[in-house]
Design a protein around this ligand. Structure first.
Ligand code: BV8
Ligand code: ZN
Length: 265
């Protein structure tokens, strides 16, 4: 019965628009068959995949997250780090405090489960919250780093902040004694060496690409689904809102990722 309703809905949509399905319908027959036959899947996630875990998004509802009067892309910028490292640490120490009590949601769990379902699944995340790892995802490319790591500004040594009890101020490098910085890619900074290149290579080789919970405004991350589409992959967006990427997607599943992803089979 659900398939007949979904087919009737599809008949109403003209072909030049990506297929729309709501959270109540299941994926289209096309997605169902591609999901069954895919050998290589790429998932790109953004802050929306963590929304149902209680992690505030950056741009949801048309507003920009603000910290002490500064838009987040100002406090989270390379320029601010150069100017005022303690202020940047205050922002990241606060965020780790919030994240420490939050858990992965059904979207993270479903994506982690897909690793055992497909021959190859690459998860490319823009998120720095570490929730995909907590959910059990292993093949993860963290394009923007992680709030749970600090990196020495001098000797590049790294430390795991999930295991340390660092709460306040600027951590000091255990190796050389200099200051450490969040091991996170700030605005205006280069991505970790090789991260984007690896993600782009996987995007060019995948059969099926999911774009989950991103406003698709930050580059170069937002170009990953474009690479997948250009290489012939079937691209599916999962988001309650349309984004600049919606029009290049083959299918748009409109709704919260925690409800939609577990429904895809
Ligand atoms: C770079 C870590 C090369 C920090 C982040 C001037 C100088 C230099 C560069 C630039 C410049 N002008 C523009 C640029 C490029 C810039 C950029 O793209 N800017 C944009 C804003 C225009 N990019 C860079 O700077 C990148 N580096 O280009 O290097 C270079 C270097 C020097 C000089 C020239 C070039 C580095 C970008 C990385 C920045 N760091 N994060 C931190 O977290 O504090 S990016 C930040 O935005 C987060 O990581 C976040 O993940 C990312 C993207 O946001 P989204 O994840 O999409 O989140 P958002 O809130 O926007 O959207 C949430 C979505 O979820 C919404 O669509 C909503 O509808 C949906 N949603 C809500 N609930 C749900 C849901 N979906 C599903 N289910 C739900 N329940
Ligand atoms: Zn050091």
């Amino acid at each position: 019965m659900i398939r007949e309703i979904a087919a009737a809905r599809r008949a109403l949509l003209t072909s030049e628009f990506p297929m729309q399905a709501t959270a109540t319908s299941i994926a289209s027959d096309e997605l169902h068959s591609r999901f069954a036959s895919a050998q290589s899947v790429l998932v790109l996630t953004g802050a929306g995949v963590s929304a149902e875990s209680g992690v505030p998004t950056f741009r949801g509802g048309g507003k920009t997250a603000v910290w002490k009067g500064m838009p987040f892309d100002v406090i989270s910028s390379g320029a601010m780090l150069e100017r005022n490292l303690p202020a940047v640490w205050e922002w990241f120490n606060y965020r780790r405090g919030v994240l420490r009590n939050l858990a992965p949601n059904a979207a993270h769990d479903t994506i982690a489960g897909w690793e055992n379902r497909f021959e190859r699944l690459t998860l490319v995340t823009q998120n720095v919250d570490g929730l995909h790892h907590l959910a059990g995802s292993r093949n993860v490319i963290e394009l923007h780093g992680s709030v749970w790591r600090a990196r020495c500004v001098t000797c590049d040594a790294r430390t795991n902040l999930r295991e340390s009890d660092h709460q306040e101020g600027v951590p000091v490098c255990f190796g050389c004694g200099d200051s450490m910085r969040p091991d996170v890619v700030l605005f205006g900074e280069m991505l970790p060496p090789g991260a984007f290149e690896r993600a782009a290579m996987e995007a060019a080789a995948c059969d099926l690409c999911f774009v989950v919970g991103t406003s698709a405004v930050v580059y170069p991350a937002a170009s990953i689904p474009e690479i997948a589409r250009a290489a012939g992959a079937y691209v599916v967006e999962v988001n309650p809102e349309p984004t600049p990427l919606s029009r290049i997607c083959n299918e748009v599943l409109s709704g919260p990722a925690g409800e939609i992803l577990p429904l895809i089979d």
